[in-house]
Design a protein around this ligand. Structure first.
Ligand SMILES: [Zn+2]
Length: 260
């Protein structure tokens, strides 16, 4: 059985009519995009588990569905994998960013409300944003707001933690810089300026310690040689295990944020 879905929102109805498909045993929400430049049918799975079917020039529904069915196993596997990495955002989800928690609430218009301590935010978003169609939009919004909040309240804490570790390990850093980066958690320049990703502030403190120590170790070894790892393991026992966990976390996704 295959079902077409269309927008419930009047605002986008004209452009998004027949915007997605539900294909039994494959996926309940497959976005459809026609692309005149595409030469083949293609399935794309976004990092937040959104499935998209690209239909090439001259493509037809029968061939498109045939393609989806043929790729069913692959689609399901890829979706499962993506879902395991990104939390699914729903109405009343509570997200734990360590420095603060955030509850998602449906409302008539979007705004952020903080409690007195600042440790809890309520993100009020327009009801529509909880529709599956808007999954990407909601993710982007949560990411943007949490990032801004971390920049405001987390930056100094991160630098403080980094300075403390540097002095504990007796390593001389030129400067610590805090930025928002899309793929790197941290880096160390040739002149020993260490950049740290603000998104570190939503990770467990131990993982943050690890990233800081990793970059500090680059002051001694400017590479990832055996000597580097040996040294890093001295200043941060269990370095390889922490590195493995970190590799699965993506700064630009909400990976690592737990939801209740
Ligand atoms: Zn490194």
């Amino acid at each position: 059985m295959t079902e077409f879905g269309f927008e419930t929102s009047a605002k986008h109805a004209s452009e998004n009519l027949f915007s997605h498909l539900t294909v039994e045993n494959v996926g309940d929400y497959i976005q459809i995009k026609r692309n005149a430049k595409a030469r083949f049918y293609r399935i794309k799975i976004s990092q937040n588990a959104q499935v998209m079917l690209v239909i090439p020039y001259g493509g037809n529904i029968e061939a498109a569905l045939d393609f989806v069915h043929k790729k069913a196993d692959w689609i399901q596997g890829a979706v499962r994998q993506a879902k395991a990495q990104t939390p699914e955002l729903k109405e009343n989800s509570q997200l734990n960013f360590y420095l603060f928690t955030m509850t998602l609430v449906a409302s008539d218009r979007s705004k952020v409300v903080s409690d007195r301590s600042g440790a809890h935010l309520e993100l009020q978003v327009e009801r529509e944003l909880f529709l599956q169609t808007n999954r990407n939009k909601l993710h982007a919004m949560v990411l943007k707001i949490s990032e801004a909040y971390l920049q405001l309240w987390g930056k100094e804490l991160l630098i403080e933690q980094a300075n403390q570790l540097a002095s504990e390990k007796a390593l001389k850093v030129e400067a610590f810089k805090v930025r928002s980066q899309s793929s790197l958690w941290g880096s160390c320049s040739a002149t020993n300026t260490i950049s740290l990703n603000i998104h570190l502030m939503r990770l467990d403190k131990k993982l943050r310690d690890y990233v800081i120590c990793h970059e500090l170790a680059h002051i001694v070894h400017k590479n990832h040689s055996r000597d580097f790892w040996r040294y890093l393991n001295q200043i941060f026992p269990g370095a390889k295990a922490a590195d493995k966990i970190l590799r699965r976390l993506n700064p630009k996704l909400l990976t690592g944020v737990t939801i209740s």
